[in-house]
Design a protein around this ligand. Sequence first.
Ligand code: GAL
Length: 738
Amino acid sequence: MESRQRINDKWFFSSTYETDLEKETELETFEAIQLPHNTVNLPYQYFDEKSYQKETCYFRKVTIDPMVRNFIRFEGVMAVAEVYLNGEHVATHKGGYTPFEVELPNTQTEHLLAVVVDGSERDDVPPFGAAIDYLTYSGIYRDVFLVERHGVFIEEPFFKIKNKAENTYTAELVFNVQEAGTLQVLLTGEDLAIEGTIDATVGANTFVFPEMTVNEWSPENPHLYELVILEEEDLLYQQKVGFRRAEFTKDGFYLNGENYSIIGLNRHQDYPYVGYAMPEEWQVEDVRVLKHELGLNMVRTSHYPQSLAFIAACDELGLLVFEEIPGWQHIGEGEWHDVLLQNVREMVVRDRNNPSVVLWGVRVNESDDHHELYTKTNALCRELDPTRQTGGVRYLERSEFLEDVYTMNDFSYDGGDTERLKREIEVATYDNVQVERKGLRTVEQVVGEKVPYLVTEYAGHMYPTKRFDQEERLIEHAMRHAVVVNAAYENPNISGAVGWCAFDYHTHENFGSGDRICYHGVMDNFRVSKFAASVYASQQDPKQNPIMVPLTNWTRGDRNMAQSVPIYVFTNCDEIEVRYNGKSRGFYQREEGGKFSHLPYPPIVLKEFNFLWGEPFGPLDVIGYLNGEVVVTKEYTNEPVLHDLVVETSHETLIKSDRWAAAKITMKIVDQKGNLLPFLMGSVRLENEGGEVLGGNDVPVIGGSAVCWVRTLPETDQIKLVATYGEFKKEVTIQVEG
Ligand code: GAL
């Protein structure tokens, strides 16, 4: 039997650590906290990232049933956890992205658990030892469980599927037990009901499923089945599983036997102020954003395993996952290698039953070749999961190919910047590519021959763009993404492209824009879209989600030379109509064979409507049609004024349970047509009764909107918010249950 109880409440926290603090028993002197927790919350910009690189200590009393075995399971503690029980050291776990467990002795019912957390960038733990372009934060930032086990319990289960023909599969369920028992195995779904029994013996066991005809999983049809192991009435294991054929070949990626173009982005898991410490629901929400707002079919979990909730949501909503071990360019020595191999094990064992994961990354992102280490990471990964291919992200051409898929960061598209800079200075880029800049290199140029190949990064640092940048930069940012995505669709040997990156993220002083932010996202760190987001969003099926985003703020003089055109309209509509000054100026379609003709939905370009300086300027409406019906309309005024403050909450009710929950509050300052006022400055004052506004009550207005999260505290049963900007005042109430 196994039962898990989440214990995210009743923790105490000391933000400093000195020797023997873990022996402290008077916990009330410390700060009472709930998980997930970040040891040091940071301002949005211009902070000192060294502030969290220190030791802190967490405490919790745990009461156990001594008749069973008890474990504490940590889903993620950054970066090194020293675990003490009743003042005695019992375990060390290195690495902040993978789970670990500690057994509690059943010699007593009350235990005092202390976890000394080292958030410093120690050179014995990946990804540390040299520079990294992201922040790791520190703390017990994922869930913690008290796990009770007795009699038979399941260890390291692996639901190993094998395709026979088309949608016919066999499967084996492999697992370990420490006690013998007769177990029932159930695999059920709308069109499947398999039931069997296995007499499990101590050690490794295999349950063999009969041949099954199934509904295959894909991003378009994320069909899942439920796998359950029971011992009489006791539930021993439960997991949603799926069946799919996923293969990277020299001729591209094949999903369930069909050629399939991958379009994706990288995701860092950081949020404003609290870094990694956002509750599960907000990990899941990112999957919704990636899948439905951005219309992607793949995410790369750069550069580390992300939460279980995130991966499970990719299964449920339908998003392919390329999951990779922690690391960034640097390969350490000695124990660092052992920890990296441990990370391979922990990642693969945790997520090999999740159908969304189609590729494991078993090299440190962009590291040099290392024959010995990467032979080992590949061998270990293949041993733990022979059903999936391995990749390992490199920036190097012709690097040693120990994996199954050559996964390459191709930053060769520079929009002409290298040439421009060469005229002024000697330029050195690590890409050092001497080819015509077409968007992407060919597989042969990079590897020397055709191999299974996926582009795992592009754009990013080549053209950092803030959401509040000038319109032309935002447009160029979008066009650069479009050039590369188009090139990926054009080349049938490239499985697809996963760009850098979904969301702006926080970083060290030696990267980014100096304010500790890499403005590389197609959305900002608050998950608000830049123009580039529409390049992706508009490639999805219009029947699912009609999209039409004209890349303009419709101003008379913000672009160079006071030009208002061209307007690139990223849309999956059939055609668009333009009305200027209330009169139709006609219908516009895609240009045949244009620059972006390999995209499923190339942009439609509006070239007319140019004006002379000082000429009268009028309102613009852009209208998207699908099968002759209007599906999206976007209206612009020619004389925007500060018209309204619109306040939206992601939740009207929050469920707090044993941990905190948060609602996202989006405050938009808009003109008469509901458009954001992109250059507005200042902050929205957000007064709260109940709960806490993360980042403080003065919420900065960035690109016309002010976004924050409001969290529950243990005693919160209602959160009343009053938002004020100038003369505007809006109220929102959120009920808190549980
Ligand atoms: C890559 C790296 C990413 C990020 C990106 C910025 O080289 O793998 O982590 O730093 O550059 O464009």
